[in-house]
Design a protein around this ligand. Structure first.
Ligand code: LAN
Length: 750
């Protein structure tokens, strides 16, 4: 490009002291920028709404003086003291209204584009995101541009990919960054190296088509008629993994209508920018359909998929209009049902924003339906020290709360709360009771209306990953929520009757109904379709997304919940639980790899899987001493212990499915392994002590633990942040270690 180039100044951070994180009773969080006496931009006024510690912490501006305790200058010298300090900090940043712990659930880099493009299409960008938000989003994206490669990846630690680069490029342009700045020139260079944006993967093609900078001709068919097929056919979309079907559902609506924004000067310019060297009019759209840039092509098309697309392409050319019309009505009905059932939140960030386009297209931006969506956009926005991002769900509220609760109980919260001489007793009680109320607000107590008709499972008794208003329940969230609720409710200081016995029993009923025929547990639903459907996985950048699978983590979590439940309710469905447990056991054994490891699908990676595998075996009284599987599981982990005493894994473990250690251990990976080894009653207590020492060394003076490498994963190839893991798991590992070391490592005495 011949234009003069300049470095676009990365926007300065807005005044961080003017941001507020608001949480309501059910744990919904939204970020607000407040006006000051001198500057009316923003809501309310800073004087009327003080900034709390949780907000300050998330913005990285919390000062020692803000904390309700004195920050020590020396590191803790005993694991007991380390745990006490950690708990003190955690209580200080618990959200005051809801009783949960908020956190940045960012990481994926393909979410902002969906949101910004949808809002642009509907003409509501400024309404949804006032100026400061847009500036903060630009800052975030420019902060995350790859320093050498010049683009963006699938997630924050990834190499540059076409998916990340083409889409975030368009976002920056929509947000007002001029084309002739150095940063965008570098992104264009990356795209040019990979044949221009027409090699963007399928979901990218979709977003670019909505923006009128990709031809709908360049997309493989996404036909709504599939929804009219008999459910008995394995290919029926109602059988896909819920996230996949909820994304393809509104996508098929947009495809059927070939929704696109009108062409204007800006779009014309984008068309030039995205396809350097090839004029837009000359792009071969038929060839583009299956063109995917090399760095993106994680799950290449199969022969089966390509052949299916040829057939579907032929069908599309002669689709009878009456059939299309009927299919579109069916799809619109399902989209509306999803929006109503989740109050506009949706199951996830991708389907939410495509549903938003559907609502706008059918009823307009002023409609109550579209405005319900607008109201829920802030639920997905998270303000951090490095700018504003979109999150992977509307938060990880329930999931994190369940871990914090279990961690604190294991650290001896009950004894602390009941000790009249302990100056922290009252604060511990208040914190735990607030968490109990949060769990009570979050359990789902009704099914979705007419659930089978809209391809939903029953939900009563389940816990969602985020909030009750989202309402999609997840098996291991139910398991962890149930464990946390049962143990909190039975703390001697807990208010009685927050949960009824029937609530816990309903959770167990739901779990029992969710076991797969192979004995394992999958994420949201029992598997509905055959795994062979993976042969038509169209997403290119993810794998194993077409149907549910059984996972060792979920199976282990559900087994642990069943064992604890049986302890509280020995009379309730003992036979069913016994049988279910036996099948879990078989699944956990069968999912172990020959080298003794377990692949973790939702955390990075073998340390996560290993923790759940060992913990799962321990629920069946299978330990290092009496179980070959447990022994091999421990030995695998021990063989990867770092010189510094801990463990750390790169995200490459998840995508490449082989162990990729990092030299510098992290507190989270180390804590997972410590818990696994303790559960297995591993006799190598030296290894465990060294690991605990590392966790203690990593603790910050305030009592919390720093963020290290990214530790969450989904669909094998994408990573996601779990900032609350550092404190929750470090504490949990310390708590469990302290109980054992108290007994001089006599595991039996525990
Ligand atoms: C999550 C987050 C939590 C996660 C666990 C509870 C940890 C897991 O044990 C079960 C699966 C679950 C619920 C899960 C499923 C997939 C999610 C929702 C995510 C990883 C968060 C984001 C991701 C979602 C699919 C992201 C949007 C991208 C698409 C490919 C649609």
């Amino acid at each position: 490009m011949s234009e003069e180039q300049f470095v676009y100044p990365v926007p300065e951070a807005s005044d961080l002291s003017r941001w507020r994180l608001k949480t309501d009773l059910v744990g919904r969080h939204t970020w607000h920028y407040l006006a000051t006496d001198d500057d009316p931009e923003g809501e309310s006024n800073v004087k009327d709404w003080p900034q709390d510690n949780a907000t300050k912490f998330h913005l990285n501006i919390l000062k020692p003086a803000d904390l309700p305790f004195d920050v020590p200058t020396e590191k803790a010298t005993t694991p007991e003291e380390s745990a006490r300090r950690g708990m003190e900090f955690v209580r200080a940043v618990q959200c005051p209204t809801s009783g949960h712990w908020a956190g940045d659930y960012g990481g994926p880099m393909f979410l902002i584009p969906g949101l910004v493009i949808s809002l642009y299409v509907a003409g509501t960008l400024e309404q949804a995101m006032p100026r400061v938000y847009r500036q903060e989003m630009i800052r975030y994206l420019l902060n995350l541009q790859h320093p050498e490669q010049g683009g963006w990846g699938l997630h924050i630690e990834d190499k540059s990919t076409m998916f990340g680069t083409a889409l975030n490029y368009v976002v920056l342009r929509i947000l007002g960054v001029p084309r002739n700045c150095v940063q965008l020139a570098r992104a264009r260079e990356f795209m040019a190296k990979h044949d221009g944006a027409y090699t963007v993967p399928a979901w990218g093609k979709f977003w670019l088509a909505l923006m009128n900078v990709y031809s709908w001709e360049g997309l493989n068919p996404v036909q709504p008629e599939l929804w009219l097929l008999p459910y008995a056919l394995p290919i029926h979309p109602g059988r896909y993994w819920c996230h996949t079907r909820m994304v393809y559902l509104p996508m098929s609506y947009c495809y059927a209508h070939r929704i696109t924004v009108p062409i204007n000067q800006f779009i014309r310019s984008l068309r030039e920018e995205l396809y350097p060297g090839t004029p837009f009019a000359k792009v071969d759209w038929m060839a583009a359909r299956n063109a995917v840039a090399a760095p993106d092509n994680y799950s290449p098309h199969t022969q089966v998929l390509d052949s299916a697309y040829v057939v579907l392409g032929g069908v599309e050319a002669c689709m009878p209009p009456f059939l299309r019309a009927r299919a579109v009505e069916e799809v619109a009905m399902l989209v509306r049902a999803e929006d109503d059932n989740t109050r506009g939140i949706g199951i996830g960030p991708v389907s939410k924003v495509i549903n938003m386009v559907v609502a706008w297209h059918r009823e307009g931006a002023d409609s109550e339906w579209y405005q319900m969506h607008m109201d829920r956009v802030p639920d997905y926005l998270w303000m951090g020290a490095d700018g504003l991002r979109m999150t992977g769900t509307n938060g990880s509220q329930l999931w994190d709360a369940a871990f914090y609760v279990q961690a604190m109980i294991s650290c001896g919260a009950e004894a602390m709360a009941l000790d009249p001489t302990n100056r922290e007793a009252e604060s511990v009680r208040a914190s735990m009771n607030a968490a109990l109320r949060f769990l009570d607000q979050t359990i789902v107590r009704r099914d979705v209306p007419n659930h089978a008709r809209v391809y939903r499972e029953p939900s009563v008794g389940g816990y969602p990953f985020s909030t009750n208003h989202c309402g999609w329940t997840v098996a291991d969230c139910t398991a962890e929520g149930l464990r946390a609720a049962m143990s909190l409710q039975s703390q001697r200081f807990a208010p009685r009757g927050i949960f009824r016995h029937r609530d816990h029993q309903a959770s167990m009923d739901l779990l029992l109904a969710q076991q797969n025929p192979d004995g394992g547990f999958s994420s949201y639903e029992p598997r509905r379709g055959p795994t062979i459907l993976e042969a038509i996985n169209p997403a290119e950048v993810f794998s194993d997304i077409m149907v549910e699978y059984s996972y060792v983590e979920l199976t282990s979590a559900c087994s642990q919940a069943m064992v604890e439940f049986r302890h509280h309710y020995p009379e309730y469905r003992p036979q069913d639980i016994g049988k279910a447990l036996e099948r879990c056991y078989q699944f956990i054994l069968s999912s172990q790899k020959p080298d003794g490891s377990w692949y973790g699908s939702w955390g990075v990676c073998f340390t996560y899987g290993g923790w759940f595998g060992l913990e799962g075996l321990a629920t069946f009284q299978q330990f290092y001493s009496n179980s070959e599987a447990s022994r091999r599981g421990c030995d695998f982990l021990l063989a990867h212990q770092n010189a510094d005493g801990g463990w750390a894994e790169s995200y490459l473990s998840s995508s490449e499915k082989v162990y990729h250690g990092l030299e510098r251990s992290t507190a989270v990976h180390t804590a997972w392994v410590v818990m696994g080894l303790l559960a297995a009653r591993c006799p190598n207590t030296d290894a465990i002590k060294r690991a605990v020492k590392l966790i203690m060394e990593r603790q910050l003076p305030e009592g919390n633990w720093p963020q290290e490498s990214i530790v969450g994963n989904f669909n094998k190839n994408c990573m996601i942040s779990y900032p609350n893991y550092t404190d929750a798991f470090s504490l949990w590992a310390l708590g469990r270690f302290n109980r054992i070391s108290k007994h001089d490592f006599d595991y039996e005495a525990e």
